[in-house]
Write a protein that binds this ligand. Structure first.
Ligand SMILES: *[C@@H]1O[C@H](CO)[C@@H](O)[C@H](O)[C@H]1NC(C)=O
Ligand SMILES: *[C@@H]1O[C@H](CO)[C@@H](O)[C@H](O)[C@H]1NC(C)=O
Ligand SMILES: *[C@@H]1O[C@H](CO)[C@@H](O)[C@H](O)[C@H]1NC(C)=O
Ligand SMILES: *[C@@H]1O[C@H](CO)[C@@H](O)[C@H](O)[C@H]1NC(C)=O
Length: 510
């Protein structure tokens, strides 16, 4: 990328539009203690479309209690339909006029009968699969989605007798996948969608060969997944989606993984080799089996920010407790933590990183910020920063004062240039443990896809190295050099390995 570097002071383009704060209320969590007045929109996640298009909403809270509570708090209530596992049938449903009708009918009926303000279609990966159970149709998914949105808009308008209802979506870091790669023009979707939330976290995680930031403000060339909070915004506006309807997603959580070595020996590098074993995250983390992944049950490794503060990892918003080392990455503009006793790495967002993200979103003229999820903050430390940044009324009870004032860096707003190469299948959404594709590598000794194929179990090294097991775009398999031996690994389902110098990433099949 060749950034044109137009220097903008934060807040100079502070749009009057940037006043949206969307919060997710996961249906499996207890939200009874959450003050919903902090949000302008609450997404009740998730309604699950069945194969025939009927939506099932099962939750720990009832819509009858929850929707009036949201309205009393002055926020809008939306049902979020789909999600990581819930988008399984979307491609098939939208392909069949009969099932598509049923999905429209079921959505409209849930919205009107529960007095909801609208719906969020949480289908982040049209044209792609995010796990083995997902079907997808690269040629037709995006156009079927457009037809579905037109039909849904017409039905919602017809049935809501003058009360306008919202249609929103949540999407990945690159636009919908079409036969020629990500769509370069999504402007036809804009009139049908009120807000488009970009999932700008889950970018690096334990599913990759190296540790790395869950949500870097900027990514680093040749290290980790080639996406960031900033590139996610730019890829949608470059595809002609209006900035003022875009909402940038911030995760109020961290992801942990196990590094293969003591990362403190190179503490300026948060991209270091990691094992595929995911450690337990916070007290709420449990073993979870994604039946679609074909892999044994594992932890997600997720730490809510609240648990980081409460469970003795962070003793202050900007200071680690004993046993943990905290580092700040200047390029990614996020902190990371490392324990030398367990080799556990945690990438997360804090007050400073959240403030930098909100500044960038405001500078780019976005509609607002989305957060996953409304139960994960600690004493409004992060939500307080976000409300301040987007220009919403400060909360009565704000977070504590930092040991050092937050210095918001001057932000370079770069014009977006489409990457020359193909793009990776987007990162997984956070409602469940992901199993995305590999990406990364931090050796600068490159071997092209023409390099010799590694022998699994055979000797490798001394450099950390990643090799596709087959030609680019042909196979899921790649090998990682770990402890002097080649170890076999796989890209996420629906994606194939592409060699990128000494590292690999996972892209669509070609
Ligand atoms: C759709 O399938 C579900 C079971 O998955 C069933 O309960 C429901 O009645 C079906 N809806 C229609 C309209 O056929
Ligand atoms: C890359 O090569 C340079 C010079 O050969 C070396 O100093 C540096 O440590 C290498 N970086 C990595 C990540 O291997
Ligand atoms: C890079 O790789 C080549 C071929 O695998 C090897 O001969 C060479 O020593 C490596 N260079 C470094 C600096 O590790
Ligand atoms: C290897 O390189 C040759 C010549 O540069 C090229 O024709 C061939 O397609 C390459 N093979 C692979 C697997 O990349």
């Amino acid at each position: 990328m060749k950034p044109a570097s137009i220097l903008l002071a934060a807040n100079t383009i502070a749009g009057a539009m940037c006043k949206v704060l969307v919060g997710y209320a996961p249906s499996w969590k207890d939200i009874s203690d959450v003050d919903l007045a902090k949000y302008t929109h609450v997404n009740l996640a998730y309604g699950t479309p069945q194969a025939n298009g009927t939506i099932v909403f099962e939750s720990s809270y009832s819509l009858a209690d929850c929707v009036p509570r949201i309205h009393q708090a002055g926020a809008k209530a939306l049902l979020s339909v789909g999600g990581w596992t819930g988008e399984r049938y979307m491609s098939d449903i939208l392909m069949s006029p009969y099932d598509r009708n049923e999905l429209v009918k079921s959505t409209v009926s849930l919205v009107t009968s529960n007095n909801l303000d609208g719906v969020e279609i949480a289908w982040a990966y049209p044209g792609k699969a995010n796990n083995k159970c997902d079907k997808f149709d690269i040629a037709n998914d995006a156009s079927n989605l457009l037809e579905f949105l037109k039909q849904l808009r017409a039905e919602l308008t017809r049935s809501s007798s003058g009360q306008p209802k919202l249609i929103t979506m949540s999407v990945g870091v690159i636009p919908f996948q079409g036969p020629g790669g990500p769509l370069k023009d999504v402007s036809a979707f804009a009139p049908l969608i009120d807000l488009l939330s970009v999932i700008a976290y889950d970018i690096n995680g334990p599913w990759l060969p190296t540790t790395g930031p869950n949500s870097p403000l900027k990514n680093e060339a040749g290290r980790g997944a080639p996406y960031s909070f900033s590139s996610a915004i730019d890829s949608w506006t470059a595809a002609e989606f209006p900035a003022e309807k875009l909402v940038a997603g911030i995760g109020l959580f961290g992801r942990s993984s196990t590094a293969s070595q003591d990362m403190t020996r190179d503490s300026t590098n948060q991209y270091q080799p990691q094992l595929s074993k995911i450690p337990r995250g916070d007290k709420d983390d449990g073993l979870w089996e994604d039946k679609c992944s074909g892999k044994p049950a594992s932890f997600s490794g997720i730490w809510s920010y609240k648990s980081l503060r409460e469970q003795g990892v962070l003793k202050a918003p900007d200071a680690a407790s004993n046993g943990w080392n905290r580092y700040w990455d200047d390029r990614a503009q996020v902190p990371w933590l490392f324990s030398t006793t367990t080799n556990v790495f945690i990438s997360y967002d804090d007050m400073k990183s959240v403030a930098a993200k909100v500044s960038l979103a405001v500078a780019k003229g976005l509609g607002g910020i989305m957060v996953w999820d409304i139960t994960m903050d600690y004493q409004d430390e992060l939500i307080g920063e976000i409300r301040k940044g987007v220009g919403l009324k400060p909360l009565a009870r704000m977070g504590p004062v930092l040991s050092q004032a937050i210095a918001i860096p001057q932000l370079h707003v770069d014009t977006f240039v489409w990457p020359a190469g193909p793009t990776q299948s987007a990162a997984p959404a956070t409602n469940t443990p992901p199993q995305g594709g590999g990406n990364g590598g931090n050796s600068n000794n490159s071997s092209g896809s023409n390099g010799s194929r590694p022998t699994i179990g055979g000797q490798c090294g001394p450099n950390v190295n990643y090799r596709c097991m087959s030609d680019n775009h042909k196979s899921q398999e790649f090998a990682t050099c770990a402890g002097g031996t080649w170890v076999l690994q796989q890209c996420g389902t629906g994606t194939a390995c592409v060699q990128n110098g000494a590292s690999v990433y996972c892209d669509y099949y070609k």
